[in-house]
Design a protein around this ligand. Structure first.
Ligand code: SF4
Length: 299
């Protein structure tokens, strides 16, 4: 496993509650990293020796602005390439966006601007435009993350169309209900998005959980070191990843003889839905509760 990127879920909290959110971001969510936890993650990343890039995301990391800025600055000082993913709620004008971004100039390699019709009335919202202009003025490189409409789905092996919605997290529970185009469950015989056998990046949350995909974990670096978790990672022996590698979400159904619907929107919809039924059996691999919407309204 050649781990080159760590994406820190600085918080599960978000000011929005988008229907397509993988991690059930919400104002009601709990789970935010302390600066001490961030520093411990960086220390372990540096000790591992292969991590080149740190991203700060969430949830919405700008909700914890001083901690996010300090975390970005310290990551840059340690030699990591640093990125932030944001929904831009803070960019109420170009003038104000300049103030928000100024401490990050010379620190960030990438500001990823998430904007689409799930977040606003326009694909590129006024806040996103303000953030893009301010970032350009400050010399901060940007990228945009635009999720296509719910009608754009990937069936198998064609994930090259851009940022299509993946029906996991809240998207699997809420958004999937409104999608008419569905496919027989057994055709979802591979994971179209994640390189589960040799992931180049993983997400890490405030409990130290390393997420191979949101909600599929390989342990906590607060319980075992990152170096130990990486060196002992055996994808075929992982109770969830093993079946996924062998035959995608359909193989998960077959391996554990799970009840299922006849059709699903995409591979993630089937994967997430069956994982929910396996959580009690594999609590060490499927969690934490935030990523499965625990305690949040599902209707
Ligand atoms: S198929 Fe499963 S493991 Fe692959 S991206 Fe979708 S939810 Fe994640």
């Amino acid at each position: 496993m050649n781990l080159r990127g760590l994406h820190l879920l600085l918080t599960y909290q978000c000011n929005y509650e988008c229907e397509h959110c993988f991690v059930w971001g919400s104002p009601s969510q709990g789970g935010t990293m302390t600066l001490a936890q961030v520093r411990e993650i960086y220390r372990q990343a540096q000790a591992l020796g292969t991590v080149e890039t740190i991203y700060l995301e969430g949830g919405e990391p700008f909700l914890y602005y001083p901690i996010m800025c300090r975390a970005a600055q310290e990551a840059a000082e340690m030699g990591f390439g640093v990125g932030i993913v944001t929904n831009n709620y803070w960019a109420t004008s170009v003038e104000d966006a300049l103030e928000w971004l100024r401490p990050l100039a010379g620190v960030l390699q990438d500001l990823s601007i998430s904007t689409d019709l799930f977040h606003a009335d326009e694909v590129v919202s006024a806040q996103a435009r303000n953030a893009l202009v301010a970032a350009e003025q400050l010399g901060i490189s940007t990228g945009t993350l635009i999720c296509e409409s719910p009608l754009e789905t990937v069936v198998n092996g064609d994930a090259s169309q851009g940022d299509v919605v993946m029906y996991k997290g809240r998207a699997a529970v809420k958004l999937a209900q409104s999608v008419k185009e569905r496919h027989p469950w057994h055709i979802f015989n591979e994971c179209p998005y994640e390189t589960l056998d040799d992931p180049g990046r993983v997400h890490v949350d405030c409990e130290g959980n390393l997420h191979l995909c949101q909600g599929i974990t390989m342990g906590s670096l607060f319980e075992r070191s990152l170096a130990d978790l990486v060196s002992s990672y055996d994808p075929s022996a992982h109770p969830i990843v093993g079946p996924l590698l062998a035959g995608g979400p359909a193989a998960l159904v077959q391996r554990y003889d799970l009840p299922h619907e006849a059709t699903y929107v995409d591979a993630c919809h089937l994967c997430y839905t069956v994982r929910e039924t396996l959580r009690a059996r594999f609590p060490d691999c499927l969690g934490p509760g935030q990523v499965y919407g625990a305690g949040l309204p599902r209707a």
